[in-house]
Design a protein around this ligand. Structure first.
Ligand code: EPU
Length: 419
């Protein structure tokens, strides 16, 4: 099993280009199923999850290949309507193929994704919405079998009880080739939803309102192929900024999605960092010890503070002056990194969905196991800021979301290596 060895205490300094976005690349790869022609996706991050999604397409009979940051898909032939359980298990977000397969084939068999490191991850909203669109869904023996009653799914008016990102994506994927109009109320407004809709529009889909709470989709029988560039990854961006701030360093982030990162930047700025943005570049200088964030940091659906950036900001604030308070409102179990940060000397108290972080003057290196993707990145951030050596194991979690993680940190002057 590979691990990261980190010698902390070096200020990160330098310029890096932001990778493409994992959380829009995955639904977009699933969406290529719908167009039945050639698609070229540019700026796809080189990540284990992206390769798992490519394997699923190949397993369904499409031809999908990757080279560098480009993914090619020819979905003219789809010969399978079932995703094997081992592929479903590789990547929880493979549930996103459900909407796309129903949209293309009118039927599919997938397995129940189950819980994960972040707690129970139900898909009740996905299933209820598809049922409303005329899809008959049977669950049993860990399988989900979907079949449309007619040839295609039917447009419907759907009101989500919570703006779930995955449910919104599955509905969109099912609706773009459905019969008639679909309206999603209380839709997720995450930038990744807009990226998925941008891709689908480039394939000829009729969608409006993405980025707002009400999305309207007019189903079309046929879509076509396209060439599309995946947006930058706002969470990877937040990670490298928080990491640099933690080490009191200085960074220029290029190829960034500045407006989409505003909810994070606004909070990070309150720690006393200087942040300047221009077009697609973000410049951050921290210089002195960070200050605690005065207001409670509440994770919320976009445009609120992103849950995916909670762990890395916590790592930075663990060494800040004063007390910061987090409130995690999206996932039940998203403070598992707190334990590892405590091993590094952080003073963090978790009380249900609240975490109280009393900044300490100096963290110290320790051995820790990555608990999940963003938690693992948070541990690396704390280790880079700490005095002494740290060892982080189970880094396959980190590889799911960060392209060339240690090379990127090394380019900023961090002392990190993989063993
Ligand atoms: N939920 C339900 N029922 C459902 C769907 C969701 O109860 O049918 C609950 C979930 O259990 C969770 C909350 O609603 O408590 C939010 O879930 P959501 O569906 O919005 O999240 P997701 O689609 O499963 C995506 C990202 C996550 C990110 C969340 C929130 C991908 C592949 N994953 O997950 O990313 O945290 O949205 O923004 O897009 C990550 O990148 O580290 C990551 C976990």
């Amino acid at each position: 099993m590979q691990k990261l060895m980190i010698q902390g205490g070096k200020r990160l300094r330098g310029e890096i280009a932001l990778q493409g976005c994992k959380n829009s690349a995955l639904p977009i790869i699933a969406a290529t199923l719908l167009c039945g022609e050639d698609c070229t996706l540019l700026n796809c991050p080189k990540l284990t999850d992206v390769y798992s999604a490519a394997r699923i397409l190949n397993c369904l009979g499409c031809r999908c290949s990757t080279s560098g940051n480009t993914v090619w898909v020819d979905s003219s032939e789809v010969t399978e309507d079932r995703i094997p359980e081992e592929l479903m298990r590789e990547m929880r977000s493979s549930i996103i193929f459900m909407g796309a397969m129903v949209g293309r084939l009118g039927q599919c068999t997938v397995s129940v994704p189950g819980g994960c490191e972040l707690g129970p991850r139900p898909i009740d909203m996905h299933l209820a919405a598809l049922r409303k669109m005329g899809v008959d869904i049977r669950e049993g023996g860990g399988k989900i079998v979907c079949r449309t009653s007619g040839e295609r799914a039917k447009g419907a008016k759907i009101s989500l009880s919570f703006p779930s990102v995955g449910a919104t994506e599955n509905i969109i994927l099912c609706a773009v080739t459905a019969e008639g109009e679909t309206v999603i109320n209380n839709a997720a407004r995450e930038p990744e939803i807009c990226d998925l809709c941008g891709f689908l529009r480039a394939c000829g889909a009729s969608i409006s309102g993405d980025g707002e709470s009400r999305i309207v989709i007019n189903g079309r029988r046929d879509l076509h192929g396209c060439c599309y560039r995946i947006m930058p990854d706002r969470i990877a961006g937040a990670t490298y900024l928080a990491m640099t701030a933690a080490t009191r360093g200085e960074i220029i982030l290029t190829d960034a999605c500045v407006p989409e990162m505003e909810p994070f930047l606004t909070v990070l700025e309150q720690t006393g960092c200087s942040i300047y943005t221009r077009e697609n570049r973000i410049y951050l200088r921290s210089g002195s010890r960070l200050r605690a964030v005065p207001d409670r940091i509440r994770t919320m659906p976009h445009p609120g503070f992103p849950t995916d950036a909670q762990a890395v900001l916590m790592a930075a604030l663990a060494g800040a002056e004063g007390t910061s308070i987090f409130e995690e409102n999206i996932f039940d179990c998203r403070y598992r990194h707190a334990e590892a940060l405590r091993k590094m000397g952080a003073d963090i108290q978790v009380l249900g969905k609240v975490a109280i972080v009393r900044g300490v003057p100096q963290l110290t290196g320790a051995s820790a196991e990555a608990t999940d993707l963003r938690g693992g990145a948070a541990m690396a951030a704390a280790a880079l800021a700490a005095e002494g050596k740290s060892e982080i194991t189970r880094i396959s979690h980190i590889d799911r979301g960060y392209e060339r993680f240690e090379e990127t940190v090394r380019a900023l002057g961090g002392d990190i290596r993989r063993e």
